[in-house]
Ligand binder design. Structure first.
Ligand code: ADP
Ligand code: MG
Length: 151
């Protein structure tokens, strides 16, 4: 499988990349984000929200697990960190099969509920302002999205 990587050098650059990604998405798409605390998962989500035309400020849903925003498409922003040691299903399939875009922080904690077709993005801290983003598309749709996004 080909590797798709991008490096960003500021928060704004990550937001702009995510904003461009949002324009390539279609209803029902699922994006999963991996990376340590402070890597930039929520920052990336802010960019996706901006690209979808969400007006409200996006912040971490750690304590609510899911937050829903309205843009050109609905955006379902999930942070499932608190589900690490449980296999609680909080109705994921409703979101993943819905018309909105789902974006999931710490998605590895809910592996059993994820759809086969999805775009995983691993974000790694390289330096205070530098992040490595590794894109792993599953399925033809996301393969072409990633090619379009970063070649
Ligand atoms: P996470 O959701 O992964 O815990 P956040 O997005 O909440 O991470 O935090 C990322 C932090 O890193 C923010 O304070 C952001 O300003 C900072 N940052 C610095 N450089 C970058 C970059 N290139 N991309 C994303 N965030 C960056
Ligand atoms: Mg976060």
């Amino acid at each position: 499988m080909s590797e798709h990587k991008a490096e960003t050098h500021s928060e704004q650059e990550t937001i702009r990349l995510a904003e461009r990604l949002a324009l390539l998405l279609k209803p029902g798409d699922v994006i999963t984000l991996e990376g340590d605390l402070g890597a930039g998962k929520t920052t990336f989500t802010k960019g996706v929200a901006r690209g979808l035309g969400v007006k409200r400020n996006v912040n971490s849903p750690t304590f609510t697990i899911i937050k829903e925003y309205q843009g050109e498409l609905p955006l379902y922003h999930m942070d499932v960190y608190r589900l690490e040691d449980s296999d609680e299903d909080i109705g994921f399939s409703e979101y993943f099969n819905g018309e909105g875009i789902s974006i999931v922080e710490w998605a590895a904690f809910i592996k059993e509920y994820l759809p086969d077709n999805r775009l995983n993005i691993k974000i790694t801290y390289l330096d205070e302002h530098v992040r490595l983003l590794e894109f792993r598309p599953r399925g033809d749709h996301f393969a072409s999205v990633v090619t379009e996004l970063i070649g």
